[in-house]
Ligand binder design. Structure first.
Ligand code: CA2
Length: 150
């Protein structure tokens, strides 16, 4: 199966703080460093990758809708706290119909019970949780070799 060529990485609220605090959950990499690695990895594979982070639900939804118009063919998303609350972001992903992988830096199943619920996982092609920043890279490698549910 042909691989994704136009990939969008979306990060939700507070992930702009990566590298600054709570390293025990989220590691020491900054989001900038993670995105730079992903961009290089995609470029080396002949694909293009854009990244977007917002603390605002509406902006995340607008960016997902824009992705359809931009011809994005794969999304990698860490919805952060919206994972556990946002029907609106779920609906946006369902509406655009772009395959996506859900990524979490921490293992959401080993933390507070409310983190075990995700509004995204049943729609996602797959979920990576607890593998730190490597999770984004593994999701990207998967996207580069695939176009949807296998
Ligand atoms: O493990 C993940 O990637 C999460 O999506 C991160 C969210 C959390 O609400 C989810 O349950 C799991 C929180 C992101 C907060 O990011 C910070 C980064 C640095 C310092 C403080 C917060």
């Amino acid at each position: 199966m042909a691989g994704a060529k136009n990939i969008l990485v979306i990060n939700g609220p507070n992930l702009n703080l990566l590298g600054a605090r709570q390293a025990e959950f989220y590691g020491t990499d900054t989001l900038e460093a993670i995105n730079a690695r992903l961009e290089k990895r995609a470029k080396d594979a002949g694909a293009q990758l854009a990244s977007f982070q917002s603390n605002a639900e509406a902006e995340l939804i607008e960016r997902i809708q824009q992705a359809r118009r931009d011809g994005v063919d794969y999304i990698i998303i860490n919805p952060a706290a919206y994972t556990h609350t946002s029907v609106a972001i779920r609906d946006a992903l369902a509406a655009v119909g772009i395959p996506f992988v859900e990524v979490h830096l921490s293992n959401i199943f080993s933390r507070e019970p409310f983190r075990r619920e995700s509004y995204f996982s049943d729609l996602a092609v797959g979920v990576l949780s607890g593998l730190g920043a490597r999770g984004y890279e593994l999701a990207l490698d998967f996207a580069l070799g695939s176009r949807g549910k296998e």
